[in-house]
Design a protein around this ligand. Structure first.
Ligand code: COA
Length: 249
């Protein structure tokens, strides 16, 4: 079971993370389902925009920590998460996200590839890579400073500080806050609005706004080398072990 729901409405493909009991922690199957969704959306002229959202109290607690530990010496270039990151980075149609609650790790870095991001007031964005003995991924070492400025990005990517919803709007990570009860419906309205616009002009606009992607592609690959090395480190193994063996109240 992939734990990703796929639903098409009015030219919008809605991809919903659906593993609420694990705070939508992302597994290999989920990355493949998300990548399949993006690739199908790209190839299907009837789909004009994609909405990413999540069921339950959290948008996503990031990569499944058990998957990190079981990855071992697998080539970091061929993991399902890398397939997803690359599918996101090259996705050519409008991409909208609706974020409630926690967005940890790739739960936040995937948003840097979205064209519009909406959130509820309880949203909390964090990229605690260094605390976990890891390094930034998904191009975030390039895209986060570009989006929110270097010093804010350093607080997130180096200190591991979280950004709350209001500050995420101020920083430019999020477009607007919507009430939690209507968040997905309102984000879907924005995606529908994009889907109703002249498709060719919108695609051309997105390509122009993104500009040359050579630097981003190269950075994603550089990050992957460093990430693969970090993942095998004692520091990272200790951090994952501490999470999995933590005392539960
Ligand atoms: N990988 C695997 N399982 C995860 C997970 C993750 N990233 N995030 C949460 N879970 C699981 C928990 O182990 C728990 O499972 P259990 O009920 O079988 O014990 C369940 O999801 C609920 O999480 P819990 O920790 O009880 O919720 P919380 O509200 O107290 O804390 C988080 C939420 C996200 C702060 C906390 O779960 C956490 O720190 N997760 C790890 C985040 C992380 O390091 N991600 C990788 C980033 S690169």
């Amino acid at each position: 079971m992939s734990h990703v729901l796929s639903h098409e409405t009015d030219g919008v493909l809605q991809l919903t993370l659906d593993r609420p009991e694990k705070k939508n922690a992302l597994t290999g199957d989920m990355y493949h389902a998300l990548s399949d969704g993006l690739e199908q959306a790209s190839a299907n002229a009837a789909i004009r925009a994609v909405l990413l959202c999540g069921n339950g109290p959290a948008f996503s607690s990031g990569n499944d920590v058990n998957d990190f530990l079981s990855r071992g010496d697998a080539d970091p270039q061929t993991t399902p998460s890398v397939r997803f990151i690359k599918a996101l980075a090259r996705f050519d149609k409008p991409l909208v996200a609706a974020v409630q609650g926690l967005a940890v790790g790739i739960g936040t870095t995937m948003l840097l590839h979205c064209d519009l991001v909406y959130a509820s007031a309880d949203a909390r964005f964090s990229t605690p890579f260094s605390k976990l003995g890891l390094v930034p991924e998904a191009g975030s070492s390039l895209l986060l400073p570009q989006r929110i400025g270097a010093v804010r990005a350093n607080a997130m990517l180096m200190l591991g500080e979280a950004l709350d919803a209001e500050n995420a709007v101020v920083a430019g990570l999020v477009n607007a806050l919507f009430p939690a009860e209507t968040l997905v419906a309102q984000a879907l309205d924005k995606a529908r609005a994009l889907a109703a616009l002249p498709a060719a002009a919108l695609l051309a606009s997105k390509a122009l706004i993104q500009g040359d992607r050579t630097l981003l592609d190269a950075r994603i690959d550089e990050e992957l080398v460093a990430f693969g090395r970090a993942l095998r480190s004692d520091e990272a193994k200790a951090a994952f072990g501490a999470f999995l063996n933590r005392a539960r109240g």
